[in-house]
Design a protein around this ligand. Sequence first.
Ligand SMILES: NCc1[nH]cc(CCC(=O)O)c1CC(=O)O
Length: 360
Amino acid sequence: MGSIVSLLSGAGFLPEPEQKPVILASRASTLAQIQTNAVLDTIRSLNPTNEFAASFMTTEGDKNQAQALYLLGGKSLWTKELEVALLEGDVDILVHCVKDVPTTLPPGCELGAILEREDPVDVLVVKKGLPYKSLADLPDGSVVGTSSVRRVAQLRKSFPKLEFKDIRGNLNTRLAKLDAPTGPYVAIILAKAGLVRLGFDSRITCPVASPTLYYAVGQGALCVEVRSDDPKIKTLAASLNHWQTEWQCRAERACLRVLEGGCSVPVGVETTLVPLRGTTLGKEPERCMLTLTGTVTGLQGTPHVEHTIMEEVGSVTEAEAIGVLLARYLMDHGAKAILEDIGKDRDNRNAIANKVPAAN
Ligand SMILES: NCc1[nH]cc(CCC(=O)O)c1CC(=O)O
């Protein structure tokens, strides 16, 4: 029957079956929608003969804003419901911040592309009306809002007299909480990329970069996730890939995977990729010098382990191998103890939150 239909259709007797649009999906936050619409524009312009549309969903991470992020513990807070929709075929391409994507994806899902990274740096945003120009300007005891253990741990090391307090909600909510006249926060720390995408560049007081604050794995880059068994969609998605960013982010993610982290471990990175010949990286992959720094910091700002590997690489696999080497070095030089300590702390707090004894 199928063959008859296609025969007839091929001969022009039946109209061509209507092509279903390829559905891009993400969380429903303003930032996620802006990001997905940007990716939609790009994928449309690169694949003009295909139809695309967008779909937005609310995830666990959006709903549960009361509990501290690291107590929620689930590494796939932002991605799980979307992945169910992806695997069920309701949607075709998920758009995420690389930073929010767990280092191990569920079976049947994979990253289809990593897009060109924006500036991955963290920034300070001071409350409206206050005169401070940097973290060093803030009076002792000032309350700085961030819910990232990476930021708190690293900043405690340099600014032991500041107080760090959890702040949740999407970017707009956090800025509103910061500026609330009776609110506790004097400043907050955010990723520059998110602020810029939302058009809040003007709120940036100053960057907070290494060696004070190493950024999060994948920070500043977007990626798309696809079904492993969907070659047509994979080809469309691959058109979005920026190989330089992919090498960098995959090296960072390989490092974090070995450190057994998610968004909830105090791991910082800094990565550069420089071509061996010439000064600019071209469209095609070429041999490069990869410089990858990783840090792991105790929640109170100490101990702190930091290491850099500089190595020539000629493929994404070689870049990932450097990430693994870096993680092993860090583990052998203090990171293991730091991460074990944090694991115990989390078990205890979870136990208190759930009123059940901690598992040993
Ligand atoms: N879940 C928070 C999150 N995930 C990605 C970004 C920033 C944008 C990016 O890194 O691409 C943010 C906000 C922040 O850390 O300030």
